[in-house]
Design a protein around this ligand. Structure first.
Ligand code: CU
Length: 147
């Protein structure tokens, strides 16, 4: 019996330690409008990765200054580059497509347990990005990404 419990416990740990990779597509259009990350919100665990996949061309993925946890260095993919970014630090991350942030091409990644700060909510971004962020924040406030 003890052996069985030990085996079960070990397999649980193995499961918990399994890092996952989530795919986010960069698209010119979806039912949410033009220039979008799909999905535009992902909740992941520390150690998981997000792969930014090319759906259509001329996009990139980069972290937004002021919308990352304290001490995080940031990342910036090149145009048409499929990058896989590993997130070790808990918190909220705002992501943009550099050519299209003005058209609202932004998304949010939540890593681990995190509280969204007022500073994160109110970072200055172009009007259409503001509109999409506010829509994403409303979904998060309504419970999206909760276990
Ligand atoms: Cu874009």
């Amino acid at each position: 019996m003890l052996k069985l419990i030990l085996a079960l416990t070990l397999s649980l740990f193995a499961f918990a330690a399994q890092a996952a990779t989530f795919e986010v597509k960069m698209l010119n259009r979806s039912d949410r409008g033009p220039m979008v990350f799909v999905p535009d919100f992902v909740a992941i665990e520390p150690g998981d990765s997000v792969k930014f996949v090319i759906g259509h061309k001329s996009h990139n993925a980069a972290s937004i200054d002021g919308m990352v946890p304290d001490g995080y260095a940031g990342f910036k993919g090149k145009i048409n580059e499929e990058i896989e970014v590993k997130f070790d630090q808990s918190g909220f991350y705002g992501i943009k497509c550099l050519p299209h942030i003005g058209m609202g091409m932004v998304m949010v990644i939540k890593v681990g347990e995190a509280e969204m700060t007022e500073a994160f909510r109110t970072v200055e971004v172009p009007a259409r990005a503001r509109k999409r962020f506010d829509a994403i924040f409303a979904e998060i406030d309504a419970g999206a990404g909760q276990p």
